[in-house]
Design a protein around this ligand. Structure first.
Ligand SMILES: Nc1ncnc2c1ncn2[C@@H]1O[C@H](COP(=O)(O)OP(=O)(O)OP(=O)(O)O)[C@@H](O)[C@H]1O
Ligand SMILES: [Mg+2]
Length: 240
């Protein structure tokens, strides 16, 4: 039997009250895959990730996780199903320590020894977070905050990590490091659905991508094909 997709979305619609943002979205991510979402400002990328992590309701369509219907499941159930969300803007608790922010990711777990081991893994992956573990998260640089947000996601032991705007506002060296770490995380078997405004970086990192246009999937395919597509190059890379 073939393994079911980690997530499989079909005919998804959703939005905020009367404001419908997502129209008939279909998309899947296989176990261990790295897939990117591309789209202009306001296209609905953040809303789609919120719908997948249970913070924006679906008004139609289906979200299957490992083959099981989890449309409109609670965020806690989705976390238990292996989905962790690194939100746009990082959303750390700035007056809490780095360590306590990381531990927020493990709020549904009670395997203390394993949690401690996962915390150590995050400190190995991002040594600066280990050095700053007692410092308030609000005092971290932008790049360090993103590391902390990713680390918090990893503390949930996800099999799918949703990442919204990896590089926004960060210096090139911080972005390079984060990209390397994402490759490592993905190599360790974690699937990633990535929203990244630098479309060249996104397509370089991902195997496949979806283009979202006004809440619909307007194009999808392997990264090489999308990167060579004239409309993608013109709209998102500033290349004619
Ligand atoms: N909380 C909200 N209430 C009402 N409308 C919202 C809310 N959040 C987003 N929207 C609207 O939903 C649409 C899609 O927004 P969304 O944030 O999903 O886009 P995006 O693709 O992530 O854009 P960006 O690249 O700027 O992050 C926009 O028109 C936006 O104004
Ligand atoms: Mg967004």
């Amino acid at each position: 039997m073939t393994q079911p997709a980690k997530i499989s979305i079909s005919g998804l619609q959703g939005g905020y009250g009367d404001v419908q943002v997502l129209w008939d979205i279909s998309l899947d991510v296989k176990p261990g895959e790295l897939v990117c979402l591309i789209g202009s400002n306001g296209a609905g990328k953040t809303t789609l990730l919120r719908c997948i992590s249970g913070t924006v309701p679906a008004t139609a369509g289906k979200i299957l996780v490992d083959g099981k219907d989890m449309t409109n499941a609670t965020t806690a159930d989705l976390v238990r199903a292996g989905i962790a969300h690194v939100p746009e803007g990082r959303r750390l608790f700035s007056a809490m320590s780095v360590r306590d922010n990381l531990l927020m990711g493990a709020y549904l777990r009670d395997d203390r020894t394993e949690i401690a081991a996962d915390l150590d893994r995050v400190y190995t992956m991002f040594p600066i977070l280990g050095e700053r573990r007692r410092q308030d998260a609000g005092t971290l640089s932008g790049g360090e905050q993103q590391m902390c947000a990713i680390g918090r996601g990893l503390l949930a032991r996800p099999s799918l990590l949703l990442i919204d705007e990896l590089s926004l506002g960060l210096a090139p060296r911080a972005v390079e490091l984060l990209i390397e770490r994402l490759r490592d995380i993905n190599r360790s078997g974690v699937a990633i659905l990535l929203v990244e405004q630098d479309v060249m970086d996104a397509l370089d990192l991902a195997e496949r991508g979806y283009v979202i246009n006004r809440g619909r999937v307007s194009m999808s395919g392997d990264s090489k094909t999308l990167a060579a597509d004239p409309s993608v190059r013109e709209a998102f890379m500033g290349l004619a």
